[in-house]
Write a protein that binds this ligand. Structure first.
Ligand code: NAD
Length: 490
């Protein structure tokens, strides 16, 4: 598809949306089932593509790219009628006899721009919620994971191709798309490009969801099972060769436990990836030579405690740990996004918290400790997209937890119902009858002190209809009407 065709593609999606066919639950469920069919039937192509792009193993692809996505599709199908239904709200006494609710409605045409590190998941997971919410969607996979993008091009063979076009290509194509008018842009990628996306969106006042990255810290308390902590951290850091947006970027710990941490991680690397990770099926590769060079350059000037071996021709970097790293070292100036784990010695939890607070709010924050007090202190004195105690990454797997950043790590949230809500307009509806005008007397001029007293009483009392018995309601309303008629009806 050429760049000149892109405005037409967006226009076609908008026209498809305007037919109204995506409004019915039956249509949305059918499209979600078609998406599931795409994943099932293209399983082999997906696996091969991810092997070529990132050296992911077949089972690794299932575990990290497919299972969660299928879970989200099943959840959306099973909960769709519930998510789409009008949502009753608590009323005040003044609106007690009205019908008041929130009606989720589709936004229109959504642009999804995916990243390359988990190119299936981060592109298709927002799509699940966008379809469930009844939108048309233009899907732009990352060109960096080129083989996977080729497979994603086949998506329109399964979905309504006018409603859900896929645009492949590079930065020029993304930039051309960003010139078009969308009703929402859902972007996953770096904070730098996030700003480009937001600027382009601002020209059309288009709302954005920005799923960005950054440096996610990991504090290991001295009062901790270091063996267990290091197993979980080693897994969270080196999976997908460190190219995970929520991987622990660096460790903060007291100098007294640094040697033990290094040794435990060394044991885990050997256990998980053998003595030779380069030939091991479950150890990934850096996506391309540009990123290989970038990650290798970050190591410069720091002390390598483990790893450091590399092979540019294969974009291979061994699991690497750096020790006694200082805050002003190269590796601490940007998100690493590679298999390099620096350890920064700090005096304890207070200094760790200060270190974290002096930097951008991270996407994830990890704390390992036996002490609830330390964990609670970390929660109350820092801010991040998510906080996980005594583990890494696993919050991603819970559909009921909103996934997203705060500050520099992003805006907006998704997964499960959060994606549906993020890509819906939550429309406020209040349906009043034309009768019973007498109830409104107090709002019309002249605004007397007595009317104000009544207004205060009626507006400030919340009524949860779910909990009020019907009889009590009728009685309360009759009493209210009697008072109001007596006072204001002339
Ligand atoms: P990338 O280079 O693939 O870029 C993502 C998309 O942006 C691509 O589709 C690309 O076409 C487009 N793009 C790139 N440069 C552009 C430009 N100048 N103008 C317009 N569009 C442009 O991905 P990346 O940014 O290298 O991804 C890695 C980053 O993504 C990391 O920071 C990582 O933490 C973050 N990430 C976040 C999440 C999350 O869920 N929060 C998930 C995955 C990755």
């Amino acid at each position: 598809m050429s760049q000149e065709q892109l405005p037409q593609v967006v226009l076609r999606a908008r026209k498809a949306f305007q037919t109204g066919r995506s409004k019915t639950p039956a249509y949305r469920i059918q499209q979600l089932k078609n998406l599931q069919r795409f994943i099932t039937e293209k399983q082999k192509d997906i696996t091969h593509a991810l092997k070529k792009d990132l050296h992911k193993s077949e089972n690794g692809t299932q575990l990290y790219e497919i299972l969660g996505l299928e879970g989200e599709i099943n959840l959306a199908i099973s909960k769709l009628s519930q998510w789409m239904a009008p949502r009753p709200v608590t009323k005040n006494l003044l609106t007690i006899s009205d019908v008041v609710y929130i009606q989720p409605e589709p936004l229109g045409v959504v642009l999804i721009i995916g990243a390359w590190n988990y190119p299936i998941t981060v592109t298709l997971q927002p799509l699940v919620g966008a379809i469930a919410a009844g939108n048309a969607v233009v899907v732009k996979p990352s060109e960096v994971s080129a083989h996977t993008a080729k497979v994603l091009e086949l998506l329109p063979l399964y979905l309504d191709s006018e409603m859900y076009p896929v645009v492949t290509g590079g930065v020029p194509e993304t930039q051309e798309l960003l010139k078009q008018r969308f009703d929402h842009i859902f972007y996953t990628g770096s904070s730098v490009v996030g700003k480009v996306v937001m600027e382009a969106a601002a020209r059309h006042l288009t709302p954005v969801t920005l799923e960005l990255g950054g440096k996610s810290p990991c504090f290991i308390d001295g009062d901790c099972d270091l063996r267990v902590a290091c197993r979980r951290i080693t897994w969270g850091k080196f999976v997908n060769c460190g190219q995970t947006c929520i991987s622990p970027d660096y460790i903060l710990c007291e100098p007294s436990i640094q040697d033990k941490v290094v040794e435990e991680i060394r044991k885990c690397i050997k256990e998980f990836y053998t003595d030779d990770p380069k030939t091991f099926i479950d150890y990934g590769r850096i996506i391309n030579q540009r990123h290989f060079k970038r990650v290798m350059a970050l190591i410069e000037g720091s002390t390598v405690a483990i790893g450091g071996e590399n092979d540019e021709s294969q974009c291979y970097i061994a699991p690497t740990v750096l020790r006694d790293v200082s805050a002003d070292s190269k590796v601490m100036q940007e998100e690493i996004f590679g298999p390099v784990l620096p350890i920064i010695p700090v005096k304890g939890v207070n200094e760790a918290i200060q270190f974290i607070r002096e930097r951008e709010k991270p996407l994830a924050l990890y704390v390992f400790s036996y002490s609830n007090k330390v964990i609670k202190q970390m929660i109350s004195e820092t801010s991040s997209g998510a906080l996980v105690a005594n583990d890494c990454l696993v919050h991603y797997s819970i559909s009921d937890l909103p996934f997203g950043g705060v500050g520099n790590s992003g805006m907006g949230r998704y997964h499960g119902k959060y994606t549906f809500d993020q890509l819906s307009h939550l429309r406020s509806c209040l349906l009043k009858k034309l009768g019973m005008e007498f109830v409104n007397g107090m709002r019309y001029p002249p605004h007397t002190a007595e009317k104000l007293r009544w207004a205060r009483l009626l507006l400030c009392r919340q009524v949860n209809l779910g909990r009020v018995r019907h009889l009590a309601q009728v009685a309360a309303f009759a009493l209210l009407a009697a008072f109001v008629v007596q006072r204001f009806w002339r």
